[in-house]
Structure formats: structure tokens, C-alpha cells
Design a protein around this ligand. Structure first.
Ligand code: UDP
Length: 249
């Protein structure tokens, strides 16, 4: 497979419409990893965004967010609520692909191929810790800029000059997706991925739910117990289930 750029994905991977969002049904993370970083060392030039029920709900009520989400080339299923709908519609096995794990696995694959990586986002301290840890893992890191810069054109110039082929941006949604859109316009030769709080988790500054909770698809419950203020966001999930039963998504 050669660099494919925007489009091209629907002919290769089954698509499922969930509300206004079309999600690609990758069988598992390995398939997506090989789709992004090919065995011959070239990358998919485009961008990827993780889709969970919260993003679907936001897209349903906010056309701007809908546009941001649909501007990405790869929309993959991160969130059990999305996976369940896909399994039902396709009647086939689709696995959940947590964005944070995808990014960590992509970094390992990039290390094994010496693909140049540039990281953007998080605080200065977390960015440096992330850079150190990635280098320790053998990643060919060609740049690291924290997410509180004030000169965007300088950042874009740095990315261009670095020779990066993979750029990950950890600035929360939709900020990271909007930044990715602007960088891509000037520099389309890379694979871009928004990764939210992944560097914070990677460096141990934020704890993820224990493995067993994740395995049982209860990560959302763990987060609710750890951070009860998320109740409003979680109630939105009930609406998602309700709309699903009504056939609205
Ligand atoms: N962040 C940043 N620049 C900003 C705002 C946020 O780099 O202007 C970083 C912040 O330091 C944190 C991440 O973005 O590392 C936010 O992650 P969050 O968990 O809020 O993102 P989500 O996964 O919820 O989209």
C-alpha cells in the first residue's frame, strides 16, 4: 500500500454511520496500526480521531464539531457504546481501540521502523518527560513542543523542517483537531493524531483505570468514581443509549 491520503478508507474498511458520524470498523488495533504505518515504512498521510458516545452526542447538537470530526480521515471506535452499535450493525467482531493505547503502540511501531516522530501538547514538564521516555523506548523523536506555545507559524515551520512523518497532538478536543487541520493545510505529508491526555497518562501524571476495569468495559464507571463531577457527561451516555433504542443513531 502506498501513501493514500484523504479518502480511500471506505473501500478497504467497513463503515458504520452512528448519528452524523461515520466510523471505520477496524477489526482490531493491529489492523489500524498497519493501516497507519505500513510494513514498508511509509505512513498514511491523513489524520485520525477517536470516536466515543460523547463525541457522537456533541456532533449531533453542534454542526461545527460535526465538521471537525468529519474532517478527519480515520474515525476509529474508542468507546464501548460505539463498538456495540458497530457490532450490531455489521454482525461481526469489532474491537474497541482506546486512543491512548493506540498512540503508545504506534510509538513502538515507529521505533521499530525509525519513523521520525514529532510530539505537540501538554505542559512543558509533561512534554519533556514524554520526550525522554519515548527516546528511551528507541523512538526517533525529531521534535517536542508543549501545548502552550504562542507562535503557531513557528511551530508549523519546526514540524516541516524536522522531517517528521508522525505528529501527535495532545491539547484536548476540539483544540487539537483544529490545530491539526491548520498544520495539515501547510504540511500534508504526515500522519496526524489527536491524543487528548495521553502524554499525562504515559508519564504517570494521570492514572488510567486499572486493567481489569478496562477489560470489563467499566472504564467509564471508574472515571465516574474517581471524578464524580463527570456525572453530567455520564448522564449524556444514557441519552445515547436511549437514542440508539429509538433508532436515532
Ligand atoms: N493542553 C494543552 N494546551 C492547551 C490545553 C490543554 O497542551 O491549551 C493539554 C493539557 O496539558 C492536557 C491535555 O491537553 O495534557 C488535555 O487533555 P484532556 O484529558 O482534557 O483531553 P481529552 O482527552 O478530554 O480531550
Amino acid at each position: 500500500m502506498t501513501d493514500s491520503g484523504s479518502g480511500g478508507i471506505s473501500g478497504q474498511i467497513p463503515q458504520v454511520n452512528i448519528g452524523p458520524v461515520q466510523v471505520s470498523a477496524f477489526a482490531d488495533m493491529q489492523q489500524l496500526l498497519a493501516f497507519i504505518l505500513h510494513d514498508d515504512g511509509t505512513v498514511y498521510t491523513g489524520s485520525a480521531i477517536a470516536i466515543n458516545p460523547e463525541k457522537v452526542l456533541t456532533a449531533m447538537r453542534n454542526p461545527q464539531i460535526e465538521a471537525v470530526i468529519n474532517a478527519a480521515d480515520i474515525r476509529y471506535a474508542d468507546g464501548i457504546g460505539v463498538v456495540k452499535v458497530m457490532r450490531n450493525r455489521l454482525r461481526s467482531e469489532v474491537q474497541r481501540i482506546p486512543g491512548c493505547e493506540l498512540w503508545q503502540q504506534l510509538m513502538l511501531r515507529a521505533a521499530s521502523m525509525q519513523t521520525p516522530v514529532f510530539i505537540v501538547g501538554a505542559t512543558g514538564v509533561v512534554s519533556q518527560q514524554t520526550a525522554k521516555k519515548l527516546q528511551h523506548q528507541g523512538v526517533n523523536l525529531v521534535g517536542a513542543v508543549d501545548g502552550y506555545f504562542n507562535d503557531e507559524s513557528k511551530l508549523i515551520a519546526q514540524i516541516k523542517q524536522s522531517g517528521a512523518r508522525i505528529v501527535s497532538v495532545a491539547m484536548g478536543s476540539p483544540k487539537q483537531e483544529l490545530l491539526i487541520q491548520r498544520i495539515r493545510e501547510q504540511h500534508p505529508e504526515c500522519f496526524y493524531m489527536g491524543v487528548g491526555g495521553s502524554y499525562d497518562v504515559f508519564t504517570g501524571n494521570v492514572k488510567r483505570a486499572p486493567a481489569l476495569w478496562c477489560k470489563l468495559n467499566l472504564e467509564w464507571a471508574y472515571r465516574l468514581l474517581a471524578q464524580p463531577s463527570r456525572i453530567g457527561r455520564q448522564l449524556g451516555l444514557l441519552r445515547y443509549v436511549w437514542w440508539y433504542w429509538l433508532g436515532k443513531i
